[in-house]
Structure formats: C-alpha cells, structure tokens
Design a protein around this ligand. Structure first.
Ligand code: SF4
Length: 718
C-alpha cells in the first residue's frame, strides 16, 4: 500500500543552544520522524545523536508513561495528589497566591523557571512576577548556565550580546576553545569546526581544559590547566602578547578604556607564575599566546568551564580583555563567543526573565529602566528591591521567608548544587507549584500542585540561539491529555489573580503567543537587541533572523561592533581588571580529589526526555566516576568497582572507571543521572540525588552562578 506522505512541521531541537532547525514528520497525531532542516542557518540539515532521536522520545508509549497529563493537587503535604480540573487547580492557586501576598507581602512568592521555555512563556512569567505580583523573585536555571557570560559581556562590552556568529567558525584562523567540550556539548557546531579545519589546514585550534576531552584530543595545542585557573591563563597570555608586541595599540586607543589598570595587573602574570599556577609548560603558554596574538582572526568559544565558577565573571572578562587588547573583535572570524547551554537561555535574557534583569536587556538596578518597563506594561511601578537569584531563592524558602515557589520546566531537586539544602527548602515551602511536561522528575515529587505542560513538538512560539538568531517553532501535534501551553497556564492564573487583587484592566490580554511576542518586540525598541523590524510573518517568510533587526532593516546583524562602537556610556569597550582567585573549596588531606562535573555526549540535563530513549544509553549506560589509572591503582580499585564519592555535603555511590581523560588528583562525574534514573536501576540506588549531592553553593560575586565545576571529594571503595 502507498505510504501516506508525512505532515512536515518546522521547529528547532529542544536541547542545546546551537538551536538546530528540525523538520518534524508526523501523521498529525504522533511524530513519525525528525530530520535536520537544510534551510536553517544554524545546522544546514545536520543533527547530532540527541537531535536525531527527538521523535523517539516523543513515541506514544513513552509519552503515556512519562508525561504529566492532568492537573493534580493535594490539600496537605501528607496526602497523595489527586487529579482535579484546570479550573479548580487555577482557582486554588490564585487564591493561595493572593492570600499569601496579603499576609506576607509580594516577596513571599517566587518563581524558578527555565531556559527550556519559549520566549513568550518567559515573558508572561516575568510580567506576572514583576508587573502584577510586584516581586523580583524570579530566576531561572540560566543562572546555572550563562549568567557569568552575561555579567562578563555587560561589564566589558556594555550589553549581553554575543558579538560573533556561527559563520565566524569558518573565518577564524585561530580557534581558542576554553572550558568547553564542544564535541559533546555543541556537537553540530563541532561538525562545522571539523569541516572548517579540513578546508583550512592552517587553522589552529587551542583547547584549554583540565580533561583530555574529545575536543582536546583534536587540538593542535591542548593546555590541560588545573581546574579554576583560567584567569591566570588569560592574564598570562595577555602578558606575553604585551611583551611580544602583538597587542593592537591603535584599536585599544580608538575603541577601549581602562587598559592601563589591566596592563599593570597582567605584569604580575609572568610565564613562570602562570605555568606553575595552571600546571602547564611555559612553552605551551608561549605557543598559545603567539598563535592568538599573531593571528589574523582569533575566535574564542567558551562555555561552562568558565561560567560555572565562583570566579566565572572574572574568567569571562579576562578572556574579553585578551580580545580587546589584540583587536580580535568586531571583524570576521574574531571575537569572544559564549556558547549558550540551553536552547532558549538567550530568549529568557531578552525578556528580562531573571532576578536582576528587566525586559529588553534592561537592568533592574536602573531606576530609568524600571520606569520604562512600568510604562510599557501599564503598571504604577516595577519593584526596586533586588530579587533572589537561584540559590539564595531556595535558601530563603528554607528559612521560611518565601512561602510559595512556582517552578516551571526545570528540575532543581537534581540540578542545583547542595541538594540537601534544596530539598529542605522544597519541604519547608508552604506551597510548591510544579509546571512540567514530565511527571517523574525529582522536583515533581515535592509538588503540591502539578500543572501538566506541553513540550517540544506541541508548542508555538520563538527561541533565540547562541548567535542571537530567533527561530519560530511550531506545533506538530496537539497537546496530550489535558496538558496546556506554558504561556496559557500563566495567563489563566494571572487573570484570576487580577480579579482577586481588584485589578480592572488585565495586563494579560493575549489570545495567543504572537500577541505576547509583539508586546515583547515593543519593549526592545531602541535597545541593543531592537527587533522592531521583525514579525512572525517575516520569520515565516524569510526564516530565522539574528538580532538586532530594527524597524526598516532588511536583515539582522550578523556580527556586532564592526564599527568599533560599543553600547557603553562612552561608546568604548571597557577593560576590566581581573585577578586570579583559587577555587572556592580547595582539596586537603581529607578531601584530596578535585571533582569536575559536566555533560556526556548523548544525554541532556536531568534526562527527563533523553533518559526515555534506549539508543541514547549506548554511549554511557550508567553514571561513573572517571579517574586516572594511577589513582585507581593507588586506591586498590579495579574497573567497575563501586566507590563512595563524598564531599562535605553528601555522598554518591558510583562505579569507578579508569579514564585517559583524567589527570591524577582529578575526577569527573556526568551531571545527568539523578534519582529519577538511579532509583531501582543504577548503582546509586534509591535516594541518590546524583552528583549535585556533592557540589557546593559557592557563588560568583557578580553573576551569582554556582561553582558546579569544582568540589573537593574523597573516594572510598564501597
Ligand atoms: Fe539539538 Fe544541540 Fe544536537 Fe543541534 S547540536 S541537534 S540543537 S542537541
């Protein structure tokens, strides 16, 4: 019989920040296949193992097992949740929020949301918190992901805007990859890098990473720096560029300010000091500085190795300093380029969906910005008191200061550091609302109200990828069960709350996500990310577009700062003095190993979706602690022996795995396995909270991003 032609729907992959375009094939009721969109500029048809199995995670039998399909509610903590109607769940929620605001003030309510949400979802959450309730207690899992990059860009270049684009991967003659296993974390970009290197064998690739990752193995020069020593490395490279005369004095003079203080600072970062601090050879440091300083176009790619650190902002600014000093910015193939972790962390930042931000890249701390947003939203004021960022938010819940916590599309009971504290907070909260597509996440266990949400392939809206490119995503399938779109859930509760609070004109008059996006667009007018020239129609007709795209433009801006003018008050980029600080928790006699955490190739985050696909276990079937062979031998361990990995905060049992990736004294555990996928299956057993039982809550002073990439641990045979 003739096979019916599948319905094709264009969307993006919902995993990483590369933002690959996908074509979803469906029969209208279920997804039958997925393939890369050859017309999407991010991936030109390619997909990685995760993206190419999206349809398998959407299989109906898995959906029936894994998805949250009806709203559920419990009146008391010691009861089971029971299915209720949407009206009942939303009425109750609105009443509890209104009552809590009356009794304890607006800051007794908090929202913890996600870089997996679409821009429109993010926008209405932010408006509900800051515009209607009057609290800035709204933060997202982007705090664990890109907040140090945001702080780094803003402090140096003046705006949260990655200046480069994917095309620069092909135009660079030096790629400097720092703190990123791009081959695993951004695989489709890595394919582009491999092709670019094949076409241009003269292109050099330097990788700074404590581990010998697959990316590091491919490098022309691998700098296996000790964890947390990136600032020393970047300052040391700048020291050498100054000494060797490869800085661009004319660029520094014409387009920057503050160089003298940085020059004085890096004078102390002699090759001998840097080599000893970073644990690398002086000749390798010199080679890196020479290749970078002498290159025609140097592009730095960086990710969580820089960001997830108690000195994450310092690492970011030290790297940007290197680019400014050598004039490696604002030209083809050059620039500091943060690779976004999550698919829409950028979109979330654009709408100001974090505790310190406001719509259109505005700052909460700026009174003028608050007044502008209040005017745009039609409210009297946006509250000035700073909101709680991710970890302090959970600390405030644990202390009883925040009573209601609304969590959407993320799994903090696995992903935040110091799980003991996070779980105490979830137990202490008076009301935990979890808005989720999946019913078995560790966080869903704490939900007093579970609101079933739609997910990939079911939603309409937009996302922005690492290169500032906005893509329209489309629904291929109807919502399963009674699941509703995230924006709609927020709007329906907000409208109920408005009537309880006596507000006559609704702040949430939207009939669909396009109306929300149009309002968001207006908030960007005149800002660095101005998209007033864009519309959903243009995105449909001309495909994904980069911002800025102001009124009258025919296309978005590929690359920023080519005119040498920066969005700072003086128009000049700022050098920022950054000193090397050691990691927050040094090793000692009792906790002698340095624990690093990170992604594996074929899993995503807490595995809610990828953990349902059998094929994706082929690469790494179980969690393990990777160790150097010498350390295994010293501890009398054989391959696969179970060990307790213990920090000052908790413990995890995992098999030990000898790995050539690891230097002696360092160990690595993938971040993906939490109790959802350990209970009853993995060696961690029921009750294991995954690797974040071990990590610590030390925060960067500017970005408030936690140091997920370093903790002191001990290892004992189980
Ligand atoms: Fe999805 Fe990222 Fe893979 Fe592209 S590279 S298919 S966005 S996971």
């Amino acid at each position: 019989p003739l096979r019916k032609k599948p319905i094709e729907t264009r969307a993006t992959c919902c995993y990483c920040g590369v933002g690959c375009g996908v074509i979803i094939e469906s029969d209208g009721a279920q997804v039958t296949g997925v393939r890369g969109d050859p017309e999407h500029p991010a991936n030109l048809g390619r997909l990685c193992t995760k993206g190419s199995t999206l349809h398998l995670a959407a299989a109906p039998e898995l959906q029936a097992q894994a998805r949250a399909l009806v709203p559920e509610l419990r009146a008391r903590r010691d009861e089971e949740r029971k299915p209720v109607s949407w009206a009942e769940a939303q009425d109750q929620l609105a009443r509890r929020i209104a009552d809590t605001i009356r009794r304890h003030g607006p800051d007794s309510v908090a929202f913890y949301i996600s870089g997996q949400l679409l821009t429109e979802d993010y926008y209405v959450f932010n408006k509900l918190a800051k515009g209607l309730i009057g609290t800035n207690n709204i933060d997202t899992n982007s705090r664990l992901c890109m907040s140090s990059a945001v702080a780094g860009y803003k402090r140096t270049l003046g705006a949260d805007a990655p200046p480069a684009c994917y095309e620069d991967l092909e135009l660079a003659d030096v790629l400097f990859i720092a703190g990123s296993n791009t081959a695993y974390a951004h695989p489709v970009l890595y394919r582009r890098i491999e092709e670019a290197r094949r076409r241009n064998p003269a292109m050099r690739m330097i990788v700074a990473d404590p581990r010998v990752t697959d990316t590091a193995r491919d490098a022309d020069l691998h700098l296996p720096i000790l964890p947390g020593t990136d600032v020393a490395l970047f300052n040391g490279m700048l020291h050498l560029c100054i000494e060797e005369g490869t800085i661009d004095a004319a660029y520094i003079d014409a387009h920057t300010e503050g160089f003298d203080a940085v020059k004085r600072r890096v004078a102390d970062y002699t090759p001998a000091f840097v080599a000893a601090t970073c644990g690398i050879a002086e000749r390798d440091l010199l080679q890196a500085a020479r290749w970078f300083g002498q290159s025609r176009a140097a592009l730095s790619l960086y990710c969580q190795g820089l960001n997830q650190s108690a000195s994450g902002t310092a690492k970011n600014v030290a790297l940007v300093n290197l680019h400014l000093a050598t004039g490696q910015i604002g030209k083809p193939g050059a620039g500091p380029f943060s690779l976004t972790g999550q698919p829409n962390a950028m979109g979330g930042r654009e709408v100001g969906g974090m505790a310190n931000l406001l719509s259109g890249h505005r700052d909460l701390a700026n009174a003028e910005h608050r007044a502008e947003v209040a005017r745009l939203w039609g409210v009297d004021a946006v509250p000035a008191a700073p909101g709680k960022t991710a970890l302090p938010m959970f600390e405030a819940v644990a202390k009883g200061e925040i009573k209601i916590l609304w969590i959407a599309c993320t799994n903090p009971a696995q992903s935040l550091p110091d799980q003991k504290l996070v779980r105490e907070a979830l137990q202490r909260a008076e009301l935990v609302i979890v808005q989720e597509a999946y019913r078995h996440t560790a966080t869903a266990d704490y939900a007093d109200v579970l609101l079933p949400a739609t997910t990939w392939g079911e939603k309409e809206g937009t996302v922005t990828n690492s290169e500032r490119r906005i893509t329209r995503v489309r629904a291929a399938l109807p919502a399963p069960g009674e699941a509703r779109h995230d924006w709609r859930i927020v709007v329906e509760v907000a409208r109920r709350l408005e009537s309880l609070l006596g507000r006559e004109r609704s702040l949430f008059p939207y009939e669909g996500p396009e109306a929300i996006w149009n309002e968001h667009r207006e908030t960007t007018r005149g800002r660095d990310l101005d998209i007033t020239g864009l519309s959903w129609r243009i995105l449909e007709q001309r495909g994904p577009q980069q911002w800025p795209y102001p009124e009258g433009a025919r296309t978005g801006l590929k690359r920023l700062y080519e005119d040498g003018i920066f969005p700072t008050p003086s128009g000049r980029a700022r050098f920022v003095d950054a000193a090397y600080e050691p990691v927050a928790e040094p090793t000692d006699a009792r906790y002698p190993f340095r624990l690093n955490t990170g992604r594996l190739r074929d899993q995503w985050h807490g595995m809610s979706r990828t953990g349902t696909v059998a094929r994706l276990y082929a690469h790494a079937p179980e969690p393990a602690v990777a160790m150097a062979a010498a350390d295994m031998q010293r501890h009398g361990l054989r391959q696969g022996d179970l060990v307790h990995v213990t920090s000052r905060r908790g413990s995890q049992i995992v098999p030990a795995q000898s790995s050539e990736d690891m230097k002696s004294g360092q160990v690595f555990i993938g971040m993906h396995w939490g109790e959802e996928f350990l209970s009853g299956r993995g060696p961690g057993g029921a009750g294991s909270h995954g690797v974040n039982a071990l990590t610590l809550p030390a925060l960067d002073p500017y970005s408030f991003q936690p140091e997920l990439k370093h903790a002191a641990v001990k290892i004992l045979k189980a």
